[in-house]
Design a protein around this ligand. Structure first.
Ligand code: F3S
Length: 395
């Protein structure tokens, strides 16, 4: 790898211990993937925030480097934490978990990282432009940045995103390069996708087959931002898809054609079977929406569905703090509270310790959540669309 004089000096320890350690990590990564050089990134998004995911070793590492002066050099957002940073008591999060989680948050804050605690940074103030190089790590955010925005990022691990945030650079390989962004599988969609849950089901089905390849979708007539985030999140979870193209919908699709690629079909039969495969529970203990974190429009839809009604089960609508503030201002929070639900910020169904909170069967509208809940949270799943799930838990 060709390193600049400044990078050589960092490696020689002339800028201190933390930059040296961080650059060593990036150089190692670059060597593994045969990067030719480092390139600048304009923003980072760091995962590995929940105490449930990183435990004591992660906490000690973060406190150590924060104490040694680690500071980010580009706009850096944080992935969801294991709890709502402000309303944890009301929501019943365990106190020993809270203590550790708050120390993790403090360490990130000390490094200058924005405590956005969201997997949808693009909805709350970190929005890269087309072809901009960034270093993001949460898989659904990576998919959205690459596919819907046309920005360029690899699927970073927590440590490599943090290193990129501190040094403002990343090794030049993978999805930063044009040649790796072309599709290598065609997905022909032959069914009308009516809800965001349908997009999640499509993503779950495709991710399992294409793994980490780049699919090219045809046949999707219309998709809004919320549908595309549901699609990308599910594909990144059941497979490891970090980039997809959708004809007429995503910015780089026009540069490619599905001609000559192996084709998989997704029709009514596959849609129905995917719903069946994702359902393992009967009566939910809780309904959790917002994986990836809800947009304001999704929260508005929920508010309209529960207005004047009473829920017979708890309901969380997960989102970022920034979007929750708008929901409060617009009165959606009040409507949802009056029905017995809650807008929960900073966390989500997968990284919160839901199993310790007694929720064994969880209803979700997300293909990604449905994929992770059985393994990560030992929960049974009811998978359906927002409206159907809400009707199911209305008194
Ligand atoms: Fe976001 Fe958590 Fe889902 S990080 S994509 S809400 S699993």
């Amino acid at each position: 790898m060709l390193l600049t004089r400044e990078e050589e000096a960092i490696l020689a320890g002339e800028h201190g211990e933390v930059p040296e350690r961080m650059l060593r990590l990036l150089v190692r990564l670059g060597e593994i993937y045969k990067a030719d050089k480092m390139i600048p990134v304009s923003s980072a998004q760091v995962a590995g925030v929940s105490y449930k995911s990183i435990g004591d070793p992660g906490l000690e590492f973060l406190e150590d480097i924060a104490g040694k002066g680690a500071r980010v050099s580009v706009l850096t957002f944080l992935n969801p934490a294991g709890m709502d940073i402000e309303s944890w008591k009301e929501l019943g999060f365990p106190e020993d978990f809270v203590e550790k989680q708050l120390r993790i948050i403090e360490a990130f804050k000390k490094m200058g990282i924005v405590i956005s605690a969201t997997c949808t940074p693009y909805l709350s103030g970190n929005l890269p432009r087309f072809r901009e190089h960034v270093a993001w790590s949460e898989s659904s955010a990576v998919s959205f940045a690459n596919s819907v925005l046309g920005a360029r990022t690899n699927r970073e691990g927590g440590p490599s995103a943090l290193a990129a945030a501190i040094l403002g650079r990343t090794p030049n390989y993978g999805f930063h390069l044009d040649e790796n962004r072309k599709p290598d599988m065609h997905v022909a969609v032959n069914v009308e996708l009516r809800t965001d849950a349908d997009f999640g089901a499509l993503g779950y089905f495709v991710g399992k087959i294409v793994k980490d390849r780049v699919p090219y979708f045809t046949g999707i007539k219309h998709a809004g931002v919320d549908s595309l985030k549901a699609l990308g999140a599910a594909m990144a979870a059941s497979g490891a898809v970090a980039l997809y193209h959708a004809h007429g919908l995503t910015p780089e699709a026009k540069d490619y054609s599905p001609e000559g690629l192996d084709t998989i079909s997704f029709g009514e039969k596959e849609l129905t079977e995917t719903y069946q495969n994702l359902n393992s529970g009967e009566e939910p203990d809780i309904l959790i929406l917002g994986c990836p974190h809800s947009s304001l429009n999704e929260i508005r839809t929920v508010a309209m569905l529960v207005e004047g009604k009473r829920l017979r089960k708890p309901m969380w609508v997960c989102t970022s703090r920034a979007v929750k503030e708008l929901a409060i201002r617009m009165g959606y929070d009040e409507i949802i509270r009056s029905a017995g639900g809650k807008i929960v910020a900073d966390t989500c169904t997968v990284v919160a310790p839901v199993e310790e909170m007694g929720f064994k069967t969880i209803a979700v509208n997300s293909g990604k959540a449905a994929n992770y809940l059985p393994g990560f949270c030992k929960a049974r799943v009811i998978f359906g669309d927002t409206e159907g799930l809400i009707r199911r838990v209305i008194e």
